[in-house]
Design a protein. Structure first.
Lengths: 207, 207
DNA sequence: CTGCAAAATTGAACGCACTCAACTTTTTTC
DNA sequence: GAAAAAAGTTGAGTGCGTTCAATTTTGCAG
C-alpha cells in the first residue's frame, strides 16, 4: 500500500506545513519568501507548488488546523452549555477567541481573512468560508439548544439570531487582529457589551 | 497662486484616478497592470507612484469616493428617518446597499476590503477603516434619534446596538461581494431577516 | 532673457510569487 | 534485473508591483 513514494510524499507535505507554521509565526507571512520556506523544508520552490497551489494556500492550511480545533471545543460546549443565555453565548465566543492566537499571529489571521475575501472562488477561499459557515452554524446550534431548554423565547428564529451573533463576533475579531495594540481582554469586553443586551432581549422573562 | 505646475499636478492626479475608475471597473482590479493605467493616464509608471503610494492606494481612493457619497445620503436619512424601528434601520441599510455597485464592481469591493484588512496601518487601510467607523457611527446616530422620538426603549445602549447592527450589515455585504451569484434582493432579504427581530426587541411596546 | 535651484517625470532594474521544460527517482512490466 | 512508464523534483525564466538615479520641466532672481 504505502510504498516509498507515498511515504516520501506525506513526509514532504508535513515538512512544508511545519516549516510554514514556524516561519510564518516567527517572521510574518509576508516577510517569508517561498525560497525560505522551500529551503527550510529541504525541497525546491517548484516542489512546494506540487503540494500547495499558492503561498496563500499554505497559510489557509495552517489556519484551518486552528479552526478545526476550535470547532471541536465549541461542539463540546454546545453539548452542555452553561446556564443563562448571555453566559452560554459568551462562553462559546470566548472559547473561540482565547485559542485564536495559540498557533497563529494576528498578521497571519489578517492575511488569511484578506485572502479568503479577495479570492473567494479559489480552494483557499472556499475552505476558509466553509469553516466560517461551520462556526456560524455552531452559534445557531447553541441557540437552538437554549431554546429547547426554555431559556430562549420560542418565537425567536435561531438561524437569524445565530448569524447576527456570529457576524458580530467575527467582525469584532477582525477589528482585534487589525489592531496590534488591542488586547484579548478588550475584545472580550467589547463583544460582551454587544452580546449581553441582545441576550437579555431574546431570553425568556425570569431574569 | 495656482501656477502651471499646480494645474498640471491636479490634472495628472485626476487623469490617473479617472483611468483607474474606468479600467478597474471594466477589466477588474487585478487584471489591470500599472502600465495600462499609466498609459491611459498619459504618464509613466513612475509618475503614478508620485501621486499614489501603491496600486491599492488608487483602489481605496476610488472606493472612498463612493463611501463618501453614501455617507451623505445616510446623513439626510438620519435627519428625518421613517417611522418604525425596523423601517428606519432597513431604509438606512438599503440606501447603503443600493448604491454600492454604482461606481464599483464586486471585485473592486473585495480587493478594497482585503487590502484594508491585510495592511491596516497603511494610509490605505486607515482611510478605509475610518470610513467604516463613520458608517457605524451613523447607525448609532439613527438609533439615538429613534430613542429620542420614543420609538426605541430608553434602557438600550445605542452604541452597542449600533455596532451590532453595523457589524451585521457589513458582514452580510461581505458575503454579497464574495458571491458573484448573489443578488441585491437576496442581500436585502437576508439582512431584513436578521435586523427585523432585533428591531422588534429594542422597540418600545406598542407595535 | 539667462542661468540656476527645486520639483516632477521617466523607464530600466529589482524582488518575489509563480510556471514549465528538462531531469531524476520510483514503480511496473516482462 | 533491465527497460519502459509514471510520478515527482528542480531551478532558471516570466510577469508585475515597486524603486530610484538620471533627465526634463517649471519657477524665479537678477
Amino acid at each position: 500500500m504505502a510504498g516509498l513514494r507515498d511515504r516520501q510524499k506525506a513526509d514532504r507535505e508535513k515538512r512544508i506545513l511545519s516549516a510554514a507554521v514556524t516561519l510564518f509565526k516567527a517572521r510574518g507571512y509576508h516577510a517569508v519568501r517561498l525560497e525560505d520556506l522551500a529551503d527550510r523544508a529541504d525541497v525546491s520552490v517548484g516542489t512546494v507548488y506540487n503540494y500547495y497551489r499558492t503561498k496563500g494556500d499554505i497559510l489557509i492550511a495552517t489556519v484551518a488546523l486552528e479552526v478545526e480545533e476550535v470547532l471541536g471545543m465549541g461542539r463540546r460546549l454546545v453539548a452542555d452549555p452553561p446556564h443563562g443565555v448571555a453566559e452560554a453565548l459568551l462562553a462559546l465566543i470566548y472559547s473561540y477567541y482565547d485559542h485564536s492566537l495559540e498557533y497563529l499571529s494576528k498578521e497571519m489571521w489578517r492575511s488569511a481573512m484578506a485572502l479568503s475575501i479577495d479570492a473567494p472562488e479559489t480552494p483557499n477561499g472556499l475552505r476558509y468560508s466553509a469553516l466560517d459557515r461551520k462556526l456560524a452554524a455552531q452559534v445557531t446550534d447553541l441557540i437552538v439548544r437554549l431554546q429547547a431548554r426554555g431559556e430562549v423565547r420560542p418565537e425567536i428564529d435561531p438561524a437569524a439570531i445565530g448569524q447576527l451573533v456570529f457576524n458580530n463576533l467575527n467582525m469584532m475579531f477582525l477589528e482585534f487582529v487589525k489592531d496590534d495594540a488591542m488586547t484579548l481582554a478588550q475584545l472580550r469586553a467589547a463583544v460582551a457589551d454587544q452580546t449581553r443586551p441582545l441576550a437579555r432581549l431574546i431570553a425568556t422573562e425570569q431574569s
